[in-house]
Design a protein around this ligand. Structure first.
Ligand code: MG
Length: 446
């Protein structure tokens, strides 16, 4: 059976794989599967309207009604779906991918990204063309809706707005010309912040910067922070579900460190468990355990983290890439909520981000990879696990934990490579382990 959904919904290059035909038939499959009201929203990409119209045509042809939220961050659409008790949501976005890409992400009625079993059921309908076609008098209707206001109220209800507003923070928000433009600067203003925006005009050619908020793409934000008295810099990815921060001195703060700070704060307030993938830095466990909490590790992927959080009633969860999940708000990554939460921590603890980040232990991280044909990955991984002298955690790939660090050997889901990630307290040790384990994997590949 061919697969349609990848790790983050359906993705492809516009009109070259990601076509109106695909969008139309996927819309038919979605309507047939969920058989209820569906909300739809988009990020800022050039083909959004084209793909949205095709999905809407497909969904309404099955008899389902559509609520069109227009241009919104993914978490805003997800919040709308849950708040209004809809059957499902569809987001037209390729998140942080280059501008020629677009995608279709489907969320369940509770606003979380679909699990694999539901994706397969939709794929079955899609590939077998087993969709429903409604009678003429039952064709669905389309209604435009405003989703941002309800979301902003939801965020405000989660944080101590008075405490944040009292500090009169200045925040530089780099929206990266993505979906964050239409919601987060307004959210910051409602929290009483002075807002300076960067790349805040919606533009799917992404003229300001690459849509992925990694350090090499945030030079402008860093230099603006260095040359101003602003308190916090924040950058969002294309669909604004991830937030990456820059401190008041212009230092880029890794997603691991933000996760550690926010998770430790949540555990300090409420105790309990923090859920995160096996690839997350040990700095998160260091801080969470110091506050009396525990960390539960999952396979990589935010839907997996979110579902485990629901199952275990976890206090907090997130990924190292700036995707933070606040259970009281909703079970998905949320860049706006992450920003509000960090401002609240800065206000309540009366500390700038640099001081909060300084409480997080530093680890050296080495990322390397070995080329490996996709069809051999499974065999190579088994041989690696069988031949390893230390205990192996197989939650996702193979993780070996040492007293002073860990090694994660993990086949890529999309590329013909096996990744070798190493973290250690000392750079030298990380490089030594990386060299040793890369050689071992390369030896097995032959
Ligand atoms: Mg994203």
């Amino acid at each position: 059976m061919p697969r349609l959904f990848g790790t983050n919904g359906v993705r492809g290059v516009t009109n070259d794989g990601m076509t109106v035909d695909l969008a139309l038939n996927l819309g038919r499959a979605i309507g047939t599967h969920f058989d209820g009201d569906v909300a739809i929203g988009t990020d800022t990409r050039t083909s959004n309207e084209m793909l949205k119209q095709a999905v809407v045509a497909g969904v309404t042809s099955t008899g389902c009604d559509v609520y069109d939220a227009g241009l919104v961050p993914s978490p805003v659409l997800q919040y709308y779906v849950r708040q209004h008790d809809l059957a499902a949501g569809v987001i037209i976005t390729a998140s942080h991918n280059p501008p020629e890409f677009n995608g279709i992400k489907v969320v369940a009625g509770d606003g979380t990204e679909l699990d694999a079993a539901t994706e397969e059921q939709i794929e079955d309908i899609y590939f077998s063309e087993g969709w429903r076609s409604s009678a003429w008098h039952d064709v669905g209707v389309v209604q435009s809706v405003a989703a941002i206001g309800g979301y902003l109220e939801g965020v405000a209800a989660m944080v101590d707005v008075a405490a944040i507003a009292e500090r009169q923070f200045t925040v530089v928000a780099d929206c990266g010309n993505g979906a964050g433009c239409v919601a987060y600067p307004y959210m910051l203003r409602q929290l009483g912040c002075r807002v300076v925006t960067l790349n805040a005009q919606p533009d799917g050619t992404f003229p300001g910067r690459n849509a992925e908020p990694v350090e090499e793409n945030l030079g402008e934000l860093v230099s603006l922070m260095k040359n101003s008295n602003a308190d916090l810099g924040v950058a969002y990815d294309g669909d604004a579900d991830r937030a990456i921060f820059v401190d008041e001195a212009g230092c880029y703060i890794s997603g691991d460190k933000t996760l550690a700070v926010t998770a430790a704060h949540a555990v300090e307030q409420a105790g309990g468990t923090v859920v995160t993938p096996v690839s997350t830095s040990s700095c998160v466990a260091d801080l969470v355990e110091a506050k009396g909490g525990t960390v539960m590790y999952t396979r990589v992927g935010s839907p997996i983290v979110a579902r485990r959080m629901i199952e275990t009633d976890a206090t907090f969860g997130g990924e190292e890439n700036g995707g933070l999940i606040f259970p009281g708000h909703q079970y998905c990554r949320d860049g706006g909520m992450a920003t509000a939460a960090l401002l609240e921590i800065m206000a309540l603890r009366d500390m700038p981000l640099s001081s909060l980040a300084a409480e997080v232990p530093d680890y050296a991280l080495v990322k390397t990879k070995v080329d490996c044909a996709s069809k051999r990955k499974r065999e190579i991984m088994q041989a690696f696990i069988d031949g390893e002298e230390h205990e192996v955690d197989t939650t996702d790939g193979a993780k070996i934990v040492f007293d002073d660090g860990w090694v994660l050997v993990r086949p890529s889901g999309t590329e013909p490579i096996i990744r070798v990630y190493v973290e250690a307290r000392e750079q030298e040790r990380a490089e030594e382990l990386a060299g040793r384990y890369k050689d071992r994997v390369a030896g097995l590949v032959g």
